[in-house]
Design a protein. Structure first.
Length: 157
């Protein structure tokens, strides 16, 4: 009976998730570097053919210099279709949410922009590393300590 109480009726759902990958040093090809950047942060998987998030990030990076307030989702769709990138609107919104969750993009008054119009390196060092990566690593360490304590407790019983 005690075992039945400990069973969960739902699957474990992470509060946040980040996948980190390392590649060789950046090349001279801008789009390859941008794609590898997105793969490194877990925004897309290696070999994935649907890379709309890379195009969206490219559009927002280039728009950062033109319009400080950002772009609405319609303007992003228009830019994608102007580049002959055929993508469904729902997927654009999903990819924008991915960029927001990682901490690279922010939404202000219905417009999307690179967080505080900062450089990507600054965003990684000031937002992604301390607020996402370090927090997740602290939680993983806490799990490790708890598991070690539980294993050590079982040995003495």
């Amino acid at each position: 009976m005690e075992r039945e109480k400990s069973r969960k009726l739902f699957k474990d759902k992470p509060l946040s998730r980040i996948v980190l990958s390392e590649f060789e040093k950046p090349s001279s090809d801008y789009f390859t570097n941008l794609r590898r950047f997105c793969i490194s942060l877990g925004l897309i998987n290696p070999g994935e053919s649907r890379i709309g998030v890379v195009y969206i990030l490219d559009i927002l990076l280039k728009a950062r210099n033109k319009d400080k307030s950002g772009m609405d989702s319609y303007s992003i769709m228009k830019s994608l279709y102007g580049r002959n990138v055929k993508i469904v609107y729902a997927n654009v919104l999903r990819d924008l949410r991915k960029l927001i969750d990682v901490g690279i993009v922010e939404k202000i008054d219905g417009k999307y922009r690179i967080k505080e119009n900062m450089q990507l390196a600054e965003i990684i060092s000031e937002f992604v590393r301390p607020y996402i990566v370090d927090r997740i690593l602290k939680r993983v360490s806490y799990y490790a300590e708890t598991i070690d304590n539980q294993v050590n407790r079982k040995k003495t019983i």
